[in-house]
Design a binder for this molecule. Sequence first.
Ligand SMILES: Cc1cc2nc3c(=O)[nH]c(=O)nc-3n(C[C@H](O)[C@H](O)[C@H](O)COP(=O)(O)OP(=O)(O)OC[C@H]3O[C@@H](n4cnc5c(N)ncnc54)[C@H](O)[C@@H]3O)c2cc1C
Length: 235
Amino acid sequence: MVTAANRGWRTATVSGVRRPIARAVQLRLDVHDRVDHLPGQHYVVRLTAPDGYTAQRSYSVASAPGDPLVELFVERLDDGEVSTHLADVVERGDELEVRGPIGGWFVWDQVSPALLVAGGSGVVPFVSMLRTARALGRTDLLRIAVSARTREELPYADELEEAGALVVLTREANGIRPAGRLTAADLVPLWEPGQTAYVCGSSGFAEAAGQFLVELGVDPAAIRVERFGPSGGPA
Ligand SMILES: Cc1cc2nc3c(=O)[nH]c(=O)nc-3n(C[C@H](O)[C@H](O)[C@H](O)COP(=O)(O)OP(=O)(O)OC[C@H]3O[C@@H](n4cnc5c(N)ncnc54)[C@H](O)[C@@H]3O)c2cc1C
């Protein structure tokens, strides 16, 4: 099958660079010859050093398909090869090599009810789904639960709270809720029969949240998981 991904690498011009929270960067990219993504899909970004050495990593799209620019949100890992470059070095007007959009499984079909459960930067593909739902006037289809260490570290916190997301903070209280991890009980009021559940975050978070959903009786076939683990590989 010919997909946008295997049509190869293309150039993206960096149109905007923002640092809405510490240790992260939001990049707005003008992808040349772009194919519209589906909410939940990601791009691969490839960096090439002057000696020809390359490194590539996957980044989910935060923008809705109707946005003229592709928005990525990258959490800076202190010892990270690619995230440090994107967070510290990339400036407006730079060009990046990208490939995508990629992914057919972790995609919201825009008509079915969905339960979205994210840890940390795992919220990024869900922001795309939320923005898409808003554009369609169908935010009623989405239920969202997100976990972060502190509110300051939660990407897109305002947007998620406005959408009614349950926000769980592990290092500080959130209103009357004391600091603590997401539990299966948190998901009970959000889960409805017929939903597809999407889980996104670190491997540990994805494992735990997936397990909670199974305990609640969600059919494993209706659970889709994206792990933001190491994603490097040969260029
Ligand atoms: C489909 C997919 C979508 C993704 N979307 C996003 C996104 O929207 N935003 C985002 O910030 N990241 C996202 N990631 C993770 C991203 O691809 C990189 O893995 C991450 O940016 C680290 O790359 P790096 O080169 O900076 O670190 P590396 O040099 O690869 O690794 C540095 C150190 O950090 C560890 N490490 C690597 N990745 C992670 C991680 N994700 N969490 C914790 N430790 C890690 C490594 O084991 C190593 O010890 C996604 C991953 C996948 C597979």
